[in-house]
Design a protein around this ligand. Structure first.
Ligand code: SAH
Ligand code: SF4
Length: 351
């Protein structure tokens, strides 16, 4: 997606630009790379919200930049969990749509969960975002802006962001280009400088996307949402399982771990009586045995559009014990801030 030019009538979202694209723009206006460096660190180190806030800029350049847009997203609503560990933001977009960004304050490892689309086309039955349907892709700048927002919030508390997880609204590999462009900005060491091993991209299993990120050797960590270990069981929860069957998906996952020499993460939403019994745990164990894999078990966060209950703690531990028999490490992920409906898409849907 080519960023639009102010000269063509539409202001440019400066957050959409890579460091190289910014330098190119500024060169076109007659400024050396040094100024691109000032602007970049102004945006992504000092978190400036306007060109006037950037030290050392020539007034003419500040004025030129002011004709463009810095895509800061206004906060439409904020909800804190009762335990104070999670703050959920509903951020407004230019076209009136809204997305969710969730900030989790784990001391020293603050984590932001960002969205990549408004809604989602994949239609997983238990997911509030899936229940919304697909509205549109986010631009790179709209993804970057969520991370900048989180960093700004944390700085007010004297903290800094450590982890970025692409587990908010939307399917990142359905919006591949914008997601990767945003991650390049987020990782840039002259700016936000989030290390790639602190970034996790979660996908429902878009096989061409997994193949592409493997071929491009994208440095981020990969998590694949399984929820079922046979095509039939999986397709009941995750409709894209019909398009990308487990045979193809697991081949792409194996290729990812062997080509890149990296561990892969799998996510499994535990739904009482649906996919949490010993038979399913054994099927998952057989599917993943021998892989350098880690399983994240997420007790279902109930949503309005799906009549299911989360698996209880004892059953979740029994599931883990079966996986351990196959040599598979697993974690039962705490549903932080469940009281603020921190499950993906739930705040946007409630409004
Ligand atoms: N589209 C991507 C990333 C966003 S969803 C994906 O599906 O992986 C992030 C994770 O939250 C996925 O594993 C998804 O299955 C899970 N999830 C969605 N809704 C949930 C709910 N109501 N309860 C528990 N987990 C949920
Ligand atoms: Fe989309 Fe992920 Fe929700 Fe499935 S779980 S509908 S892929 S956001």
């Amino acid at each position: 997606m080519a960023p639009m030019d102010a000269t063509a009538g539409q202001p440019l979202d400066l957050y959409d630009l890579s460091r190289a694209q910014l330098a190119e723009r500024l060169a076109g206006w007659g400024y050396a790379d040094y100024y691109a460096g000032l602007v970049w660190s102004g945006f992504y180190r000092d978190l400036a919200t306007a060109p006037e806030g950037i030290a050392g800029l020539r007034p003419a350049l500040a004025e030129r930049l002011a004709a463009e847009r810095i895509g800061v997203l206004p906060v439409r609503a904020t909800i804190d969990s009762a335990d104070g560990h999670t703050r959920k933001f509903l951020l407004g977009l230019g076209d009136g749509a809204a997305i969710e960004t969730v900030l989790m304050y784990f001391r020293g490892r603050a984590t932001v969960c960002v969205s990549t689309q408004v809604g989602c086309a994949m239609g997983c039955v238990f997911c509030a975002t899936g229940q919304m349907g697909f509205r549109r892709h986010l631009s790179p700048g709209e993804i970057v802006a969520q991370v900048v927002h989180a960093e700004r919030e944390l700085r007010r508390r004297g903290e800094t962001l450590r982890n970025v997880v692409l587990m908010g609204m939307g399917e990142p590999l359905h919006n591949y280009e914008a997601t990767m462009a945003a991650l390049d900005t987020v990782m840039d060491h002259r700016g936000l400088a989030i290390g790639p091993r602190f970034i996790t991209l979660s996908t429902v299993g878009v096989v061409p996307g997994i193949r592409r990120l493997t071929a491009e050797r994208r440095p981020v960590r990969l998590a694949v949402s399984l929820h079922g270990a046979t095509d039939e069981e999986r397709a009941r929860l995750v409709p894209p399982a019909r398009r990308w069957p487990l045979g193809e998906l697991m081949a792409a996952c194996r290729d990812y771990t062997t080509t890149l020499g990296r561990r892969i993460f799998f996510e499994w939403t535990l739904i009482d009586g649906q996919n949490d019994g010993p038979a399913q745990a054994h099927a998952l164990g057989r599917l993943l045995a021998g892989m350098d894999a880690h399983v994240n078990l997420i007790p279902l966060n109930p949503t309005l559009g799906y009549d299911g209950r989360p698996t209880a703690g004892a059953a979740a531990r029994a599931f883990q014990a079966v996986l351990a028999e196959y040599g598979l490490p697993s974690t039962v992920r705490q549903r932080r801030g469940i009281d603020v409906a921190a499950g993906c898409g739930q705040l946007a849907v409630a409004r």
